[in-house]
Design a protein around this ligand. Structure first.
Ligand code: NAI
Length: 346
């Protein structure tokens, strides 16, 4: 049976990296029907809509999406397509596993850290207006419903995948009501999971603690904006933005996308690393129940990274995006005779 998946190639490096990921996903032998749609500035030029209604209808039908990055104009222009999609489909949980690929030397080896970010409200929603010229107001809404929902999701995830600790990250010393509500909700939920150690850290201290010793954390539970910023910080532990995948989960739908953006500085140059989007696709395969295909890709990635001669420039190699994808496919077609045992990984 083929899986019907909504594909949003995005812009900037999006089309290059999603095309590479799609080729590799198809080479696993799993069958896909891709329903592909533009979003953002490109879509507007053609359809006069930043998110075409056909795209919305497709996700309503497929319930699963694979998405490349979409550029959001800075300091003006249209609102973020990402924020719109997350809100529209109530994709309330943004899951970002921060894990080293074996064989890449980084400052911290063997990092295994989960970021669980609230994805629908808070300052990141960008609800703003000009009160009078020279004065603007940006509104941060935090609700008990959304804070409890993400806390519950994080603790259930921790229980299912046997994670040991969750730290809720906040600034409730200053934002006593909004961040205060967020941690009150996570604290309440934590009481139902006595096997999981619960802690709270202030966000600025968390940045320092992470850089000093990332191993002290197991799962971070964060509001939307803190999750956005700390994701990029944590990506640096494992080799950069070209490597870190993500998933946006709701109760009905899921959209898989890398942490990184459209990288205009390298777009169209065959320089982008497709690993982050590919690993997002791997999370999608697991979501679709295609465990064997997911392991094929994981083992092939291990092989390519072990040999090092086909890596992209962001991690010290010389290969282009397409060449890297070719070598992953080649490694899949010639698998190791005795692949390593599969850890219980999510
Ligand atoms: P960015 O993540 O696009 O780039 C930051 C740096 O990382 C750049 O030097 C870039 O070349 C590098 N980089 C990113 N992905 C890479 C990859 N796969 N391979 C190699 N190098 C990579 O962040 P930036 O520049 O802040 O944002 C650019 C645009 O992307 C903005 O319009 C922003 O709004 C948008 N964006 C979209 C996201 C999404 O659609 N999910 C997420 C983050 C940003």
């Amino acid at each position: 049976m083929a899986h019907t998946v909504t594909l949003i190639p995005g812009d900037g490096i999006g089309p290059e990296v999603t095309q590479a990921a799609v080729r590799i996903l198809e080479a696993t032998g799993v069958k896909f029907n891709w329903e592909s749609f533009e979003a953002g500035a490109g879509a507007f030029e053609k359809y006069h809509e930043y998110i075409p209604k056909e795209l919305i209808e497709s996700i309503e039908r497929t319930h699963v999406g694979l998405k490349g990055p979409v550029t959001t104009p800075i300091g003006g222009g249209f609102a973020s397509i990402n924020v719109e999609l997350r809100k529209r489909f109530e994709l309330f949980a943004n899951f970002r596993p921060i894990r080293n690929l074996p064989h890449i030397a980084t400052r911290y080896p063997d990092v295994d850290l989960i970021i669980m970010r609230e994805n629908t409200e808070g300052l990141y929603s960008g609800i703003e207006h000009e009160v009078v010229p020279g004065v603007v107001e940006s509104i941060k809404i935090i609700t008990e419903k959304a804070s409890t929902r993400i806390s519950r999701f994080a603790f259930e995830w921790a229980r299912k995948y046997k994670r040991k600790k969750i730290h809720a990250i906040h600034k409730a010393n200053i934002m006593k009501l909004s961040d205060g509500l967020f941690i009150r909700c996570s604290r309440n939920i934590s009481k139902e999971y006595p096997e999981i150690t619960y802690g709270e850290h202030i966000v600025d201290n968390t940045c320092m603690q992470l850089v000093m010793n990332p191993y002290q954390y197991d799962m971070l539970l964060l509001e939307n904006l803190y999750g956005d910023i700390i994701s990029d910080l944590c990506a640096a532990f494992v080799g950069g933005l070209g490597l870190v995948p993500g998933a946006n989960f709701g109760h009905e739908c899921a959209i898989f996308e890398a942490v990184h953006g459209s990288a205009p500085d390298i777009a169209g140059k065959n320089l982008a690393n497709p690993t982050a989007v590919l690993r997002s696709g791997l999370l999608m395969l697991r979501h679709l129940g295609e465990q064997d295909a997911a392991w094929k890709i994981r083992n092939a990635l291990d092989e390519v990274y072990r040999h090092k001669d086909k890596l992209t420039r962001d991690i010290g190699g010389k290969a282009g995006t397409a060449e890297f994808a070719d070598s992953v496919i080649e490694a899949m077609e010639n698998p190791m005779p005795n692949p390593p045992p599969r850890p219980a990984e999510n």
